[in-house]
Design a binder for this molecule. Sequence first.
Ligand SMILES: [Fe+2]
Ligand SMILES: [Fe+2]
Length: 192
Amino acid sequence: MQPIGPLMIEHRLIERLLHLMAQEFARIKANMEVDPEFAFVDPVFIDTAVDFIRTYADRCHHGKEEDLLFKALAEKNLSPEHRKLVDELIQEHVWAREATASLVKAKEGYLLEAPGALNDLMEHMGKLIEFYPRHIEKEDRHFFIPCMAYFSEAEQADLLARMQEFDRMMIHEKYRGVVESIEQHRGCKTCH
Ligand SMILES: [Fe+2]
Ligand SMILES: [Fe+2]
């Protein structure tokens, strides 16, 4: 398998999550049209979707793109067109991180019944639903396949092996982070 294989497989799962998110968006919107006061947002769904985006789409997937594929490409003599595409993709990852943080903030505001929080939540959710398919299409159709031509077969095999190692470490990193954040919270003088 080429190193873009796992990345394309991951795109398919990200699309499935985005499809569920679009369904949730449509459900809330329909409720809002009936009565915005009683439009119910399921905070568990939002938390689950945000965890998926942060852990899987961002750390696991964008992580392999940025830390491995784009880094390896930076050592190649890229065409101006491909160099521009890498820069755009990195900027889009930054945008997605910020939009996800805004969604979390809006969900917290919604739970505290802050005015305008529901509209903010819908705005950020809508933007993420619109963003990911475009970003994925750009990579799948215009970037991944042509950029493989910069690597020899041996380099591709090395990149794939490093991606597998990256994934292997991810679960440990994720749950080490979970424990560390609880430990830090316990040590917080304001709360305890
Ligand atoms: Fe990407
Ligand atoms: Fe991607």
